[in-house]
Design a protein. Structure first.
Length: 442
């Protein structure tokens, strides 16, 4: 590792740069996801270690404050660059130059700049060079090669400049931090041998929030019987494969079919996609078994994971998949594809089942096996760690109540907490299903 990066422990202030999505945005809304969680939690950890961190992002709400203290040692800075509203990811490339200009006007004492996603790297790398400080890059996702039409090859470039922008910051940074070994290999495959060192660092999980059900703790339940359910928790876009989760449900006999809870929203680039999913649900006769809840805040997601039969992750491509790790920590087996970095997050046959193909019948069989085979499920569900059990009496207990009606997210708090955006939504034809009260397991 370079001398400049080794000196990070001596830095007074670190800049985390996130142009197209705020680190405090609720995952599953717009273009927010695991990257936001990793960035925010990394900043919190650095602050606890004695550093000061600025989360620098673009103002996407006219009411967002110029600056806000997120936690001791962590500040959120909203820069004016483009319209004060959410901008589709496909249009964010045009904001790179105004964002760089706004960031360049900051009174700064940064000793290191860490950019998250290629937009941020292209904007911030020239500033780091001008300021004479190291630049660290995290991509979080690497675009598919130009001209590729298979989602299995990765996220299609949302704008023409992405491949060149990724190549620029990959070659020009002092260090690249990937979220998995798979992402490290992809960066090298896409952009050739680099002099820039690449260090894989797996994301961690907030074990105070994501943990198995504790004795006497209420769990989140759905339906009149309060039975377990399958959970899909991600942004609603083709890359994430929610259509496969829905088709999987059609392969399960109706008499033995649980609910599928879909927690997530479509971004501006996929505004019609959720309607297409609703139509698919109706065409397959699944109106009574598939429920769209919109995005959930972090506490709601943790509660939902604790009550799930399994997390279903049918994504075509993932650099890691933090939600898989959060599910495992919550005691929910994972059904996912053997793609990208997912095998680094899920131990096949131990914490979940990894599938090679996209046959809905195979996915249904895997999901039903962890639901109906008690011995298999018990092997995959993690027991509470000793540290969790010993802290159970003193840790604040989170109420696993059903999602509430829409409420605005708190723009200055992590992940939109405590508000979030839980808003029950149902496919056409859905009748008589509402979140049942949380129950206490026997």
């Amino acid at each position: 590792m370079t001398t400049e990066v080794d000196s990070m422990v001596e830095l007074a202030r670190i800049a985390f740069v996130s142009l197209h999505t705020s680190p405090v945005a609720s995952p599953g809304t717009a273009d927010a996801g695991g990257m936001n969680v990793v960035e925010l939690n990394s900043a919190m950890a650095l602050a606890r270690a004695g550093h000061e961190v600025d989360l620098i992002t673009r103002r996407d709400d006219p009411d967002a404050p110029d600056r806000a203290e997120i936690a001791p040692g962590v500040r959120l800075i909203n820069l004016d660059a483009g319209p004060a509203r959410v901008v589709a990811k496909s249009r964010a490339e045009a904001l790179i130059e105004p964002f760089r200009e706004a960031m360049g006007r900051l009174d700064h004492d940064y000793g290191l700049v860490h950019s998250h996603h290629w937009f941020s790297g292209v904007a911030a790398l020239p500033l780091a060079r001008r300021w004479g400080v190291p630049h660290v890059q995290s991509f979080h996702s690497v675009s598919a090669p130009p001209g590729t039409h298979s989602l299995s090859d990765g996220e299609p470039p949302e704008s023409p400049g992405r491949p060149g922008g990724e190549a620029l910051v990959a070659a020009g940074s002092d260090l690249i931090v990937s979220v998995s070994e798979a992402e490290r290999r992809t960066i090298i495959e896409r952009y050739g041998p680099l002099s820039t060192p690449i260090v894989p660092v797996h994301p961690g999980v907030d074990a105070d929030r994501f943990h198995p059900l504790q004795p006497g703790e209420r769990h989140w339940a759905w339906g009149a019987t309060g039975g377990c359910y399958y959970l899909f928790a991600s942004r609603l876009q083709p890359l994430k494969g929610p259509d496969l989760a829905i088709r999987m449900m059609a392969e399960i006999p109706e008499y033995d079919r649980p609910h599928l809870i879909v927690a997530g929203e479509a971004s501006q680039d996929f505004t019609d996609y959720e309607a297409r999913l609703h139509r698919l649900v109706h065409e397959l006769g699944l109106d009574e078994h598939v429920v769209f809840l919109g995005s959930q805040n972090r506490d709601e997601l943790a509660c939902m994971l604790r009550g799930a039969c399994a997390l279903i992750n049918p994504s075509y491509s993932e650099t890691f998949s933090l939600v898989c790790l959060e599910a495992e920590a919550s005691g929910a087996p994972v059904i996912a594809g053997r793609v990208g970095g997912i095998p680094e997050a899920v131990r096949d046959g131990v914490t979940g089942i990894l599938l090679e193909g996209r046959d809905p019948a195979e996915w249904a069989a895997a999901a039903q096996s962890v639901r109906n085979d008690e011995a298999l499920r018990e092997r995959m569900v993690r027991p509470p760690a000793t540290s969790r059990a010993s802290a159970a009496g003193t840790a604040p207990r989170r109420d696993c109540s059903p999602p509430t009606a829409a409420r605005p997210a708190d723009r200055s708090s992590p992940g939109g907490a405590p508000g979030g955006r839980g808003r029950p939504r149902r496919p056409s034809g859905r009748r008589g299903a509402a979140p049942c009260p949380s129950t206490t397991p026997p």
